[in-house]
Design a protein around this ligand. Structure first.
Ligand code: AP5
Ligand code: MG
Ligand code: ZN
Length: 214
């Protein structure tokens, strides 16, 4: 099963993608997590990506497409994957579609986690992220068992550099301009499913299971 998570920054794509990956036994592939791992390790790709991410801008397609295609070509992606944060532009979606078509393959579902902009700003300030395993928490809505520590791997949780209110506003603008058109792109292909992302995390997950099947 090959799934794409669509939705604004902070809609809960990552939160739901991790739960999907766990339930269906497929890898969670997040371009944002891959870039943050590169930044943490100070690789040339990380240095380049950080310039854009800290401004709330998208990393150029040339850099993004390559790391994504390399990742999904790995063995563990043979039975499917859940893509979180990719594609984010129409050209990225076209490259993915073409690469899969060459393998006689395609995406099964594009799930839009729908959350209005007003709710997003409130969520971001409380988010805490694990840069080691990619898990995400919220100080109020999704707290870790032990304050400041990742439940999954024990790493100290951090505030992401791009979660400042001004940067979040910029990311929302970029989302509306460059990423939202993907909703029509996948709708035209009959792959789009929408869920109400303002509901509590487990209710959102239940509606996703209703789409994907038990
Ligand atoms: P990326 O890491 O993909 O960030 P994003 O799309 O901005 O999305 P977020 O990770 O901020 O939000 P999310 O939807 O995953 O929400 P989460 O589950 O954390 O990308 C970062 C940057 O990398 C981009 O700006 C860009 O520069 C670059 N980049 C990445 N991919 C790229 C690409 N393909 N092309 C170009 N550039 C790219 O949830 C948010 C918060 O809400 C959390 O605190 C969570 O605990 C909480 N929460 C979740 N669900 C609920 C709920 N139902 N109720 C209440 N709280 C909830
Ligand atoms: Mg995320
Ligand atoms: Zn962790």
């Amino acid at each position: 099963m090959k799934i794409i998570m669509l939705g604004a920054p902070g809609a809960g794509k990552g939160t739901q993608a991790i739960m999907i990956a766990d339930k269906y036994g497929i890898p969670h592939v997040s371009t944002g997590d891959m870039f943050r791992a590169n930044i943490k390790n100070n690789t040339p790709l990380g240095v380049e990506a950080k310039k854009y991410m800290d401004q709330g801008q998208l990393v150029p397609d040339e850099l993004t497409v390559k790391i994504l295609l390399d990742r999904v070509a790995k063995d563990d992606c043979k039975n499917g994957y859940v893509l979180d944060g990719f594609p984010r532009t129409i050209p990225q979606a076209e490259v993915l579609e073409k690469a899969l078509k060459e393998l006689n393959d395609g995406i099964d579902f594009a799930i839009d986690v729908d959350v209005p902009d007003e709710n997003i700003i409130n969520r971001m300030g409380g988010r805490r992220a694990c840069l080691k395993c990619g898990n995400t928490y919220h100080v109020e809505f999704v707290p870790p068992k032990k304050e400041g520590i990742c439940d999954n791997c024990g790493e100290a949780l951090v505030l992401r550099d791009d979660d400042k209110p001004e940067t979040v506003k910029k990311r929302l603008d970029v989302y509306h301009q460059q990423t939202q058109p993907l909703i029509d792109f996948y709708n035209e292909r009959g792959l789009l499913k929408s869920v109400d992302g303002t509901k509590p995390m487990n209710e959102v997950f239940d509606s996703i299971i209703a789409i994907l099947g038990e």
